[in-house]
Design a binder for this molecule. Structure first.
Ligand SMILES: [Zn+2]
Length: 376
């Protein structure tokens, strides 16, 4: 059940009721690829940094430890000790970007595991079965994500196949949700809009998938090499054709600035590896731009990463100490940076929700963007 609570222009402040609790949107999902957020962050930490939704990767968990193992252990929630919403991607993106030697057929994709090279087949039904075994809150449809520089003819054919795959996903998900031994019989399904940078193909595809009455709709295949302007343009064109009474999800995006632009264009859900990946390299976000804690100027800096930040790193430790940990390759250095960055993103989403409720999102966005431009 999705309910819009407030709007400002196209920006939406909404909530989505799920079997694992309510998701307040706009929301940033925290990426835990192999059922853990990289940087030694445990699910017990997530409460402290304001995480609402954890995102795990179907492909990675299918390869290792295996979705059947996770099912035997009671599903992903029990396995990783997290009782709030989890979204699993479909595996499609990883199959197309990570796996070696692959062959795309109408039935699905044949490829080799990037871990041990063994042959795997994944189609819409297999992806739904894996996600049902993982028992996530929200499952993503199995799609092909064509390259942003793919030829128009290829993209058209690919998108037509993605629509046929989506119908198969919907049928299979309905069947699985009715089986007695399915862990989460209320698993939701989000469809994915594709079409690379061809707006007419994307709009036509959005209209087709809108008719399928899914639980939510994602815009996929962006942030894969096109410019930010191209991405914003596609959102301007496509989001109005996705059902307004369903949540929208911009996959794999992005920087704090990208998120503010996405929210303004009507996006509810975001996810990105940036905060954890940057944190592991000592790059931390602040309201006055990004800092590189390896920089010599922080050697004697006893301030927190950001004054006033309520994250576990800033409440207790200085830039100088975290810099020392990073230089000494102590795992704690990485961990503190990742906790700060995820808190920064999660807290920004909270501010965004508050700003939309108050009808002040436009001012908030302008102020935030001006801050990010400052050099520190
Ligand atoms: Zn902090």
């Amino acid at each position: 059940m999705y309910q819009i609570l407030a709007t400002e222009g196209k920006a939406k402040r909404a909530r989505l009721e799920t079997v694992h609790g309510t998701i307040q949107t706009p929301v940033f999902m925290n990426v835990g690829t192999a059922a853990a957020i990289k940087g030694a962050v445990a699910t017990t930490d997530l409460q402290e940094i304001g995480t609402q939704v954890e995102l795990s990767n179907t492909y990675h968990l299918h390869v290792r430890p295996g979705d059947k193992v996770v099912k035997q252990l009671g599903g992903l929630h029990k396995f990783m000790n997290w009782d709030k919403p989890i979204l699993t991607d479909s595996g499609g993106f990883q199959v197309f970007s990570l796996a070696g030697l692959r062959k795309i057929k109408e039935e699905g994709v044949y490829f080799n595991s990037h871990v041990d090279g063994r042959k795997i087949f994944m189609g819409p039904e297999e992806s739904m079965q894996i996600q049902s075994n993982l028992a996530s809150t929200i499952a993503m449809a199995f799609d092909e994500c064509p390259s942003s520089v793919a030829e128009r003819d290829y993209v058209r054919k690919s998108v037509e196949r993605t629509t046929r795959w989506l119908k198969r996903c919907k049928t299979e998900m309905a069947r699985l949700n009715n089986l007695p031994d399915t862990i989460n019989q209320h698993q939701m399904l989000f469809g994915i809009n594709q079409g690379a940078i061809y707006e007419d193909i994307r709009i036509e595809h959005a209209q087709q998938i809108a008719e399928l009455d899914l639980d939510g709709y994602a815009v996929g295949g962006l942030a894969v090499g096109e410019s930010h302007e191209e991405m914003y343009h596609i959102l301007d064109e496509v989001v109005p054709y996705l059902p307004q009474n369903k949540p929208t999800y911009l996959m794999g995006v992005g920087t704090p600035a990208n998120i503010l632009e996405g929210v303004e264009r009507g996006i509810d859900f975001f996810d990105c590896v940036y905060p954890s990946r940057n944190g592991r390299h000592g790059h931390v976000y602040t309201n006055h731009g990004k800092l590189n804690l390896f920089n010599a100027k922080y050697e004697l800096d006893d301030q927190p990463i950001e004054e006033g930040c309520q994250c576990p790193a800033c409440r207790h430790y200085s830039r100088a100490y975290i810099r020392h940990l990073l230089k000494a390759k102590e795992m704690l250095g990485m961990r503190l940076c990742v906790l700060h960055n995820l808190y920064f993103y999660n807290h920004m989403m909270e501010e965004i929700r508050d700003a939309i409720e108050k009808g002040q999102f436009k001012e908030y966005k302008a102020k935030k963007l001006a801050g990010f431009e400052e050099t520190t």
